[in-house]
Write a protein that binds this ligand. Sequence first.
Ligand SMILES: Cc1cc2nc3c(=O)[nH]c(=O)nc-3n(C[C@H](O)[C@H](O)[C@H](O)COP(=O)(O)OP(=O)(O)OC[C@H]3O[C@@H](n4cnc5c(N)ncnc54)[C@H](O)[C@@H]3O)c2cc1C
Length: 338
Amino acid sequence: MIDLLVVGGGPAGLATAVYGAKAGLEVVVVERRSGPIDKACGEGLMPHTLRHLERLGVHPHGRPFRGISYRDGNRHVEAPFRRGAGRGVRRTVLHGALLDAAAGAGVRIRHEEVGEISQDATSVRAGNWRARYLAAADGLHSPIRRSLGLERPSPGARRWGIRRHVQIAPWSDYVEVHWACGAEAYVTPIADDCVSVAVLKSRRGGFDTHLEEFPALRDRIGGRPHEPDRAAGPLRQRVSSRTAGRVLLVGDAAGYMDALTGEGLGLAFGAAELLVNSVVADQPGTYDRRWRQMTRRYRVLTAALLHASSHATVRPGIVPAAQAMPNVFGRAVNLLAQ
Ligand SMILES: Cc1cc2nc3c(=O)[nH]c(=O)nc-3n(C[C@H](O)[C@H](O)[C@H](O)COP(=O)(O)OP(=O)(O)OC[C@H]3O[C@@H](n4cnc5c(N)ncnc54)[C@H](O)[C@@H]3O)c2cc1C
């Protein structure tokens, strides 16, 4: 029997595995796909996310950014980070660096699809594997979360994300958030000749359809060479608890609100560390409470912004309000960045 079986070898699963191996656990990751995996993601690593990666010994190459800029038509306002820079990192570069760290830490990775899982008082079984604990890091629509009955209905408007890599030299060292009526576009510098553009929206439609809502951005990137688009959603996933016996949820599987404040990866890495601490202490029941404590600030701020942005009358006032109160905007950005 191994100590910890991690199902899902995305960033959350690999970070859990590395934290686990560093804590002396025997860890196996089961991931159905092989190689560095790409996924719809804005690819902006906030300063707190980078600090986790440093602790994991992971130093992915990318382009630094020094804050967040909100834009709408001709208006814009910048909030620089007060403690260190963020970094735009291609998803496949991040995944490759995490795979290297996992291999270096002695984590075994197997490419299989996990089906049903079962557990008793001392262990969890999944396929041919038997482990003391199982970390479900199987993503936004986590099949394990569903099978354990941990999902809750997600009321409110559904939102989706779609990402395009555009071949163009970054023109800003901020992550630009362009606000339009029904969507936002997040522009993150990720290489000397490439920006990542993630559009978050509540209506269906392809990238080019939504780009029309951002004339200034369209004039800059429209028609430029790009890689195939990647989409994800619905984004909001509510969860009743992050533990069921010996199974603990981590990353997007543990619940997700929205990508509009860009802290998904940082929270996944923070949760990975908490999960491993609970497993090492043999106290899985403490994980859910600690997860809620660790994520509270982010959940409150993200929910408030999401709520404001979902009202047609309030939404157009978001950028003007941030511009009128740059200190408040700066404080909110830095609460999310640190
Ligand atoms: C449009 C968009 C923009 C975003 N922008 C940002 C951003 O700028 N900054 C940021 O920090 N976060 C951002 N996020 C959030 C971030 O991408 C996620 O929080 C992060 O990818 C979560 O990683 P994960 O490991 O939990 O899930 P995933 O990366 O989805 O990994 C789950 C893995 O589980 C595997 N799997 C699933 N089921 C099984 C099974 N049965 N057997 C074996 N393997 C299985 C899958 O193959 C997959 O590889 C964004 C998200 C979206 C959608």
